[in-house]
Every structure is written in C-alpha cells, then in structure tokens.
Design a protein around this ligand. Structure first.
Ligand code: SF4
Length: 61
C-alpha cells in the first residue's frame, strides 16, 4: 500500500489523531511516514475515509 496526501489537505489533524504513527502535521499539511504504512494499513484506510476533504490517496503497489 502507498499512502499520499493531496494538495487540498486543510491540516485539520484528523488523520494524525486516527493514525499518529503514520500522519503528522507540518505547516498545516499532513505528511506520511510511508515506511510504517505496512504495519498500519487499516488505520490508513480509516484516516482516508474520515478526511473531510478526501485528501488522503491510497494506492496498491
Ligand atoms: S484528515 Fe485530511 S485534511 Fe485533515 S490533516 Fe489529514 S489529510 Fe489533511
């Protein structure tokens, strides 16, 4: 699984609450710790569903 954050992220922080291992907020944008995604895939999906602006993109390899 590959997780990325689109430019329309508004920095609300919801993803970092759901999955703090993966998402951090820097300068009002979410960043992804991609090297940890493998162990937290379900949380990444939950974050993507919860994101209010649909900014979290999930792709399969
Ligand atoms: S939940 Fe969506 S809008 Fe909010 S910080 Fe995360 S990626 Fe950005």
């Amino acid at each position: 699984m590959w997780v990325s954050v689109r430019d329309n992220c508004v920095g609300c922080g919801a993803c970092a609450v759901i999955s703090p291992e993966i998402f951090e907020i820097h300068n009002r944008k979410a960043t992804v710790n991609q090297n940890r995604v493998h162990w937290h895939e379900d949380n990444c999906i939950d974050a993507a569903i919860t994101c209010p602006v649909n900014a979290i993109q999930i792709d399969e390899y």
